[in-house]
Design a protein around this ligand. Structure first.
Ligand SMILES: O=C(O)[C@H](O)C(=O)CO
Ligand SMILES: [Mg+2]
Length: 260
């Protein structure tokens, strides 16, 4: 059956980020992923991960000026210097904690700027992929739904696939977040089958609540079986907002995935 990682941006969020590492390990997770752990010294984070023998998957690039509304820089034509600085920070932190991937957030773009945004996104992704490749890391891009992220440049799986094709770098991969894709597009199983070769990571949460994947409109038992039958070798990130204590809501792991 598929392997699950704990997204420490959302899971165990009732304690400081570094303590979430131990909590994930004690609940049986063998891998974790993070959103923005940059406030924790990277060497401390590496030590915590090593102490609990956890595989470190991906982390997000800094988003830019969040209070001003930024949510990523990669597709913003006039912000390429900031993008490069954010990339340096992400690669430095990521390689110290031995992450295998960096999520490159596209950003919020006005509808009039989409053509320039696409050109910028592709050029920035090529540069990011080349630098990440030197550290044996993958660049992930993730379509996000416009209800949660109005104006986010990357909204559709097919748009992401076309951009990956144009960027022509083997270490750029799709982060297939079932929560976002279900809200924007649906047809999850067909999209997973069609784009399997591009998928570098999968994430899950209930729709529409974004809680544990044991409620709502997505049949995750079927999704997990599909990924399994297709021979998906990657991880599935539990990126949901727990209804209560994270520990109390992990029953889905055995109920839906067959994991003991
Ligand atoms: O929200 C998401 O789905 C992303 O995976 C993310 O990392 C930004 O919060
Ligand atoms: Mg996600």
């Amino acid at each position: 059956m598929p392997r699950f990682s704990a997204n420490l941006g959302f899971l165990f969020s009732d304690r400081p980020e570094i303590e979430r590492v131990a909590a994930a390990a004690s609940c049986g997770f063998k891998a974790v992923e993070m959103h923005w752990p940059y406030h924790v010294p990277a060497l401390d984070m590496r030590e915590a991960l090593a102490a609990h023998k956890l595989t470190m998957l991906g982390l997000n690039m800094p988003v830019g000026n969040a209070p001003a509304g930024d949510f990523g820089l990669a597709a913003l034509p006039s912000r390429q210097n900031e993008f490069q600085n954010a990339l340096v920070q992400a690669l430095s932190y990521g390689s110290t904690i031995r992450a295998s991937a960096i999520h490159c957030l596209a950003g919020i773009v006005s509808p009039d700027d989409r053509a320039a945004a696409e050109r910028t996104f592709i050029a920035n992704l090529q540069m990011a992929a080349d630098r990440a490749g030197e550290a044996d890391m993958t660049i992930l891009i993730e379509p996000m739904n416009r209800r949660d992220r109005p104006g986010y440049f990357l909204q559709h799986v097919e748009q992401a696939a076309a951009i990956i094709g144009q960027a022509e770098r083997r270490n750029i991969r799709l982060m297939f977040d079932c929560y976002h894709v279900e809200i924007t597009q649906g047809d999850l199983i067909t999209r997973i089958k069609t784009h399997l070769d591009l998928i570098g990571h999968v994430q899950i949460a209930a729709v529409p609540s974004r809680a544990e994947p044991d409620e709502g409109e997505v049949n995750y038992r079927e999704i997990f079986q599909t990924l399994d039958s297709l021979g998906y070798q990657g991880w599935i990130g539990a990126e949901y907002k727990p209804r209560g204590r994270t520990e109390d809501g992990l029953g889905w792991l055995s109920e839906l995935s067959g994991r003991p």
